[in-house]
Design a protein around this ligand. Structure first.
Ligand code: OOG
Ligand code: NI
Length: 464
């Protein structure tokens, strides 16, 4: 007896509530959505191939609601409770991202849905970072930061009750789910009153902007929400036309016929008024953290594909003399295009060389004609060559560490620390989280395997 609402539907409600809240908080985000909608409508009207592909993979229906967000947490306990909160919405930690080598004192995971059907109902994902307080090199400041974080409680008492109820009973009713969504939203809201003094804020800020962004606030305000576009270069041009200054470099791979992984651009963070706690009342100041971002997603690459991607990306960066800056942006984009020239740019080659993940789908019309000719023991390659089985790209649902570092950096401003020497520590992250993170590639491999089984079963039905 259950009249529980599906986790995917709670996620859908939450993602939409979050988007509404962020549009009110950051009106520029609303403008970005309009721009992305215009560009997507144009692509769908002019590129039948892309439209057919999105229809075949089930992504067309989700495109308008597709977005990711990002938050930054201060304490292991916050991360552990966040995991429980996201699991109410069917979102699980996927992947481990170490940002310390890029000079950002956090390590991260992405909470998201993991099976193909659920992803198509709502692909909402949240890039979630945990501050590494041990990287603050001044012990007195580190203690103050810890004390400030221990003072705050980022969850409402009611959301904790509802999480416990979900864990005990295995689901939430529609009414409880709606209450859960509105209570959970409170955690991600912007607060313009800081619980710390301006002096402490500035000390933290000098240590690293990101530390101030976490420690000096009541909660982990959502710092951006990112819609998905079908043509990021068009959006980049559209942003400039609307007077929104995009970051100079689009992160990720260059423009291609068959998009791979993920390309991202963003506009600079806004400077916002904040009231700090003063000895005699409030003290006025500002804080720069929240920004807008857009992304274009392509096919998920296998481990082999990722290694090739990393190699080509590194060549472009080395040729440019390190991470790209505003000054050498154009040169970098050119180096990038050149270094990726030998990365296969048609789906069949990506498949044949084991570089990317695909759905197998039966082409029933062709199958009806040709299946009798190819025989029972035809190889998969033969079925593909005959067009009886077709490949559709499995879209990449995750993030890229080098790109994420670039996004962090462009919003923290230049002049931060170059890198931290400290080793990444996935085991410590997982201990804080209270579980192991899921392996990125395993999820795509499972989806690919399931689609093959399903496809072969469909063909078998035709033979019988
Ligand atoms: C997260 C930055 C990473 C992305 O899209 O790669 C990210 C942050 O700024 O907190 O969102
Ligand atoms: Ni992002």
């Amino acid at each position: 007896m259950s009249n529980f609402i599906a986790a995917a539907d709670i996620r859908c409600l939450f993602s939409s509530a979050m988007s509404k809240m962020y549009q009110q908080e950051v009106p520029l985000y609303s403008e970005l959505i309009q721009l992305v909608n215009d560009v997507n409508a144009h692509v769908l009207a002019t590129d039948q191939e892309v439209k057919d592909q999105l229809t075949a993979t089930g992504e067309l229906a989700r495109l308008d609601i597709e977005r990711h967000g990002a938050i930054r947490l201060g304490l292991p306990e916050e991360l552990a409770t966040m995991r429980r909160l996201f699991s109410v919405m069917g979102m699980y930690p996927v992947g481990y991202y170490d940002l310390a080598p890029a000079g950002v004192p956090v390590h991260s995971t992405a909470f998201r849905a993991i099976d193909a059907d659920s992803l198509n109902v709502s692909p909402f994902r949240v890039f979630t970072s945990l501050l590494r307080l041990e990287l603050i090199d001044n012990p007195a400041l580190r203690e103050k930061a810890e004390a400030a974080l221990h003072q705050r409680n980022i969850f409402t008492p009611r959301v904790i009750e509802l999480i416990e109820q979900f864990e005990k009973e295995g689901g939430l009713t529609q009414k409880d789910a709606e209450e859960f969504v509105s209570e959970a939203l409170e955690t991600f809201r912007w607060h313009d009153h800081s619980p710390v003094s301006k002096e402490l804020y500035e000390d933290l800020h000098r240590q690293h902007r990101l530390i101030a962004d976490v420690v000096a606030f009541q909660g982990p305000h959502i710092n951006h929400l990112t819609p998905r576009t079908l043509d990021i270069d068009e959006v980049q041009i559209g942003m400039s036309k609307r007077g929104i200054t995009p970051k100079a470099v689009v992160e990720g791979p260059p423009r291609r016929k068959c998009p791979i992984f993920l390309r991202q651009t963003s506009f600079k963070a806004l400077e916002e008024a904040v009231k700090f706690k003063g000895a005699n009342g409030e003290e006025a100041g500002t804080h720069t953290a929240r920004f807008g971002e857009i992304e274009q997603r392509g096919v998920a690459l296998t481990q082999k594909g990722r290694e090739l991607y990393d190699r080509m990306l590194n060549i472009a960066r080395e040729k440019t003399g390190g991470a790209p800056t505003e000054a050498n942006a154009e040169q970098y984009m050119q180096n990038l295009a050149e270094s990726f020239i030998d990365f296969p740019d048609d789906y069949r080659s990506l498949y044949d060389q084991g570089l990317a993940y695909f759905y197998y789908q039966p082409n029933l019309e062709i199958a009806a004609q040709k299946l009798p000719q190819v025989g029972e023991d035809a190889s998969l390659d033969r079925l593909l060559d005959e067009g009886i089985v077709k490949l559709e790209p499995i879209v990449y649902e995750d993030f890229l560490p080098v790109s994420a570092a670039g996004i962090f950096q462009s919003n923290l401003g230049e002049g931060g620390q170059g890198h931290y020497d400290s080793q990444s520590n996935q085991a410590i992250f997982e201990a804080s989280l209270g579980t192991k993170v899921l392996e990125i590639n395993q999820i795509y491999q499972n989806i690919q395997n399931e689609s093959l089984e399903h496809c072969l079963a469909e063909l078998q039905k035709l033979r019988n």
